[in-house]
Design a protein around this ligand. Structure first.
Ligand SMILES: Cc1ncc(COP(=O)(O)O)c(C=O)c1O
Length: 388
């Protein structure tokens, strides 16, 4: 990126980025190159592309785009968020240990507990809202501190800068899953993180029509190491999906801004309802970690959770909703409601769910782009129907 481009506003950088105009034709939508291989002039004499598992021109546009938005050196596009997360864990070796935010996405817990565990990569969960607790949990073999902030689904806030400083002083690498915020609201590399991960199936894709994962690394060495994993393991995003993701990301700011406004209204409305015991939303001034979140992010986002009182049956409340789609996933144009205990966090053992507070009464909302009045009216009628 040229120096003057770094100073441009985020919305301008979303539209005008490296590769946004095809240098050969002037097309303002980057071309899709389905080619698996590239003709060479002589052995190893080529124009930067040899074989699409290693590098593909359409994927390259996406990878440069996300690297610039997150402020890192290199971007990588994978076939899913889980492929991205797993590829990052493949930077580790047998005998290494990972410290994780407690109550993070269930799939991350599952891949570590069911797959990486078999390769002797161990993990433990810790309350990453407390820097001292994290420092105390570091073992001799701990290599990575892996954060989700806000966490999923209880929106707990971890201080990326303070944790990165502490973790670096102990020789750890810091990875942050930034899916809930997107680079529009939070850029962890600027706060000291080494690796940022996205399930791009969420806000970056934004239309529930794409499964993808993105990673951005800080520094040349880390970029080289993850590039080796990506091209060796090959969990890559295909060219058409890469193009679709670039197309979708152009509207990230308008989508997230509008959804965030509605989420904030819904959060306040929910706090006034007697059937709701607690609202988890980092935009509410009483939310634990509110000040830390305000310092490290540019907004509270479009995801919130709440705890229904025991007087309301969660399954009938969910069945009573008409506009909200009961579904796994988030960050889309349509509003989505999830019961994490039995959906996104089903792979947690019941005891762990209880320990971290993901009970059956916790409901997660991903606010979309419908009229906020309609979304509130739908919640209201479902709560009214289920009053005892
Ligand atoms: C916070 C978070 N990280 C990672 C993932 C995994 O992403 P994907 O479904 O694209 O594999 C998810 C998916 O729900 C998620 O919510």
């Amino acid at each position: 990126m040229k120096e003057n481009e770094k100073t441009r506003g985020f919305s301008t950088r979303l539209i005008h980025h490296r590769g946004s105009v095809c240098p050969h034709t002037g097309a303002v939508s980057p071309p899709i190159y389905p080619s698996s291989t590239f003709k060479q002039q002589g052995v190893n004499e080529h124009q930067g592309f040899e074989y699409s598992r290693g590098r593909n021109p359409t994927r390259q546009v996406l990878e440069d785009y996300i690297a610039d938005l997150e402020g890192g050196e290199r971007g990588f596009a994978f076939g899913s968020g889980m492929a991205a997360i797993s590829s990052c864990f493949l930077l580790l070796s047998a005998g290494d240990h990972v410290l994780l935010t407690r109550g993070l996405y269930g799939g991350t817990y599952r891949v570590l507990s069911r797959i990486f565990d078999r390769f002797r990569i161990q993990f433990s969960m810790v309350d990453t809202t407390q820097v001292a607790a994290v420092e105390e949990a570091i073992r001799q073999d701990t290599r990575v501190l892996y954060l989700e902030t806000p966490s999923n689904p209880l929106m707990e806030i971890s201080d990326i800068r303070a944790l990165s400083e502490m973790a670096h002083s102990r020789g750890l690498m810091v990875m942050v899953d930034n899916t809930f915020m997107s680079p529009f609201l939070q850029r962890p590399i600027q706060q000291g993180a080494d690796i940022v991960i996205h399930s791009a199936s969420k806000f970056l894709g934004g239309h529930s029509d794409l499964i993808a994962g993105l990673v951005v690394t800080r520094g040349e060495d880390l970029g080289r190491s993850l590039g080796m994993v990506q091209s060796s393991v090959g969990a890559i995003l295909p060219p058409y999906d890469s193009w679709l993701l670039v197309r979708s990301m152009k509207t990230l700011e308008v989508r997230v801004s509008r959804a965030q406004e509605s989420a904030s209204r819904i959060a306040v409305w929910l706090t006034g309802r007697p059937e709701i015991e607690y609202v988890y939303y980092p935009g509410l001034p009483g939310h634990p970690g509110y000040d830390v979140h305000l310092r490290q992010a540019d907004g509270a986002g479009a995801i919130l959770s709440f705890r229904l009182s025991d007087r309301v049956s969660a399954p009938s409340f969910l069945r009573g909703l008409n506009i909200w789609s009961l579904a796994v996933s988030l960050g889309a144009v349509e509003s989505i409601v999830t019961q994490p205990a039995h959906m996104t966090h089903a792979s947690y053992p019941v005891s762990l769910r209880r320990e971290v507070g993901v009970t059956d009464q916790v409901i997660r909302l991903s606010v979309g782009l419908e009229s906020p009045d309609d979304l509130i009216a739908d919640l209201e009628q479902a709560l009214d129907q289920n009053k005892e």
